[in-house]
Design a protein around this ligand. Sequence first.
Ligand SMILES: Cc1cc2nc3c(=O)[nH]c(=O)nc-3n(C[C@H](O)[C@H](O)[C@H](O)COP(=O)(O)OP(=O)(O)OC[C@H]3O[C@@H](n4cnc5c(N)ncnc54)[C@H](O)[C@@H]3O)c2cc1C
Ligand SMILES: C[S@@+](CC[C@H](N)C(=O)[O-])C[C@H]1O[C@@H](n2cnc3c(N)ncnc32)[C@H](O)[C@@H]1O
Length: 748
Amino acid sequence: MTDTLHWNDQGQPISNHFDDIYFSTENGLAETNYVFLQQNNLQQRFSNLSENSVFTIAETGFGTGLNFLACCALWEQTAPKTAQLHFVSTEKYPLTKHTIAQAATLWPELQTHTSSLLKVYPNTIPLNQTIRSTEQADYYRFQVTPTIYLSLLIGDATLGLKQLLARTLLETETPDILPAETQNPKSTSYETDSRQWRGVDAWFLDGFAPSKNPDMWTPELFATIKKLSYIKTTIATFTAAGVVKRGLLSEGFTLKKVPGYGKKREMLTAEYPQQSAQKNTPTHQNLTNEAGITPSPQKIKTTQRLSTWALINNYQTVPTGTKIAIIGGGLAGSHTAHALAKKGYQITLFEKADTLAAGASGNAQGIVYGKLSASGDPLGEMNRYSLRYAQSFYSDYWRRDSKHPTTNNKEDKNNIDAGNACGVLQLSLTEKIQQAHRKIANEVVNDTDNLRHVSAEEASLIANTRIDYHALYFPKLGWINPPKLCEWLIQHPNISIVSHTEITELQQHGTQWRLHTRSTENDNSSTQIFDAVVIANAYDATQFTQTNTLPVKQIRGQVSHYPSTDIPEQLNTVVCGKAYIAPASQGMHCLGASFNLHNDNPALDPVDHQHNIHNIAQQTPDIIDRYDYIPTNDDIKQKTAKLDGRASFRCVTPDYLPIVGAVPIDAELHTRFGALRKNGRQTINIAGSYYPRLYINIGHGSRGLAYTPLCSEILANLIQGSPPPIPQYLIQKLSPARFTIRDMIRTP
Ligand SMILES: Cc1cc2nc3c(=O)[nH]c(=O)nc-3n(C[C@H](O)[C@H](O)[C@H](O)COP(=O)(O)OP(=O)(O)OC[C@H]3O[C@@H](n4cnc5c(N)ncnc54)[C@H](O)[C@@H]3O)c2cc1C
Ligand SMILES: C[S@@+](CC[C@H](N)C(=O)[O-])C[C@H]1O[C@@H](n2cnc3c(N)ncnc32)[C@H](O)[C@@H]1O
């Protein structure tokens, strides 16, 4: 991808598409400070924030990132140390890292923040073709500093911003979920918070002048801005053009003209429509049901067919600093603890075993891989987003180990037992898979830095062993030791671990939850109270009455441990197809994994070892040959019986998507949406029904390493009320309520 700008004689960037400047030629940084930071009153608002609070800024037109960088500088100077900034920006023509770096040389005073941005910003941000054809914007989430999150929505501004909404239009006639004192009895309708998060605090309406870029400044953009705003929202824009004025006025914003920067006579600022806001907009406080009773159904008036059952109201957000219990200390529980602790929650993680990662997360090597799809279906998209997020998330984990190999030195590599970003080859085992893989690499992902389709020869060179298949090559992914990862994830002062403790029951206790615990050491039982609970105990979630109807299955899997000492050459990368093998760690390769729905025996099974060996022998024949474990050998049973390994159970959902979100009240869903049994296509204007502050994160199947970082962040954002890390339509596909609704539609 080439950039869409050129540099003028003064070294300033000029857009080729729009023939317009990116920032003031007089002083871009001074313009940003004046127009966007000062006019949104950010210095004061940042310094007034309390510890652990969240502030969200949204922008149209990320460009060179100057506004973002200036904002980071102000944030670091003025905001409390634990407050968090979410900066969401849209960009239709993303610049390369090289160009952003070049533009940033104009602002040496922002050097620290520029370096932080460039550390996480990709070399190029490709335009994803599948996404373009389905009219979606692509979504990137970067953690730029420990307290600054940047979400880039690639594509048209309105398209991107709409992805932050669960709904486009929701109105209710019965604001009966408001506590009596805030209810306005005369009010017949008000706009429901359709964001599933608090909304934008301050807008930077940048993006070239309306005269040069009329396509962006549409009525739909202003309507979307309104839906993402709330009572405290402010807006600043460099322009005072009529179309912007009219657009904001038509959405009811209160406008003010102020002197523009430099030669610009005027600019605009705006505030959220105060009157209707007070009357109509639910806030976190007034939606919280103090009695702990589930709010009664909202009637939603809409012209569109909406999956209203997925709507969770703001009462699901939990104030930071409160106590949250997490049940289960595997990858899902540990990642959730990590994500929530970083956001300021006090976490107690309960694990019934004596250590973390005692279940499926206990293998010595797991592969960070996924199942991409050529068609852009939700499963493929969830995998694409999960891998993107996981790659960026784990880069810190992979980097942190001082022993991380930068060379091919054998000894160096053998020392690595926590994980290695050694690359992953996913073999194209059939002609059909090969075609799909080619499309995925060249069209769906279209990002050669992170994914290429390679020939068998190239795959062999990359892996340093004979491979007879073409392959998808992910150069920046690799393998991880999940137990060590879990240990790393929970190293946070806000996290306490309570092991040997099984949670046996959950009871609603006002707005809180009472957890019944049982010691697995001495069988003692007790109860503890928490403000919120996250169920992350995989298949065992079915032990709780609130989640016992979830249609999850347990599927046994076994990995085989192969001593690596006999192999003269090194396997350089992970190779996966029907099975996977990673470069040796602690003197062995961990081969996996078998997949057996009808075996619930946790003991090692020699037949599964044979299965693993057979698959690996087909994929990387030179490696298995060396062990003389070729499946045709008569003595294979004897040999495999001596092999070590580990068997455990995956938690699998019918659609292979994880289950993440608020826990529905199943019986109530049946009542509210029972009419779907008669006509599954009808619109039912009632919101879903969910337990207050009870969440779940399970069903990670065979891809826990890829899914759990993203799913935990999705959940943490939902709990915190901050912008989601992926589009809302995909988040809905993970909803724990989806099975009940599907059942009703399918079973008249
Ligand atoms: C053989 C095999 C190989 C695999 N290989 C890979 C791979 O290469 N890459 C990959 O991404 N994924 C792989 N997976 C899948 C991956 O391991 C899982 O998706 C992941 O571990 C799931 O994590 P979890 O935290 O949801 O579940 P678990 O790791 O099973 O954790 C659940 C935890 O909850 C605890 N618990 C249960 N009930 C209670 C209770 N009531 N109170 C307190 N604690 C409780 C359990 O003791 C357990 O520790 C593999 C799975 C298997 C079985
Ligand atoms: C004036 S520049 C933004 C400057 C930027 N805020 C900065 O700090 O450098 C305008 C940006 O808006 C982008 N843009 C233009 N039309 C857009 C649209 N319809 N949707 C999203 N971005 C758009 C342009 O590609 C350009 O990067």
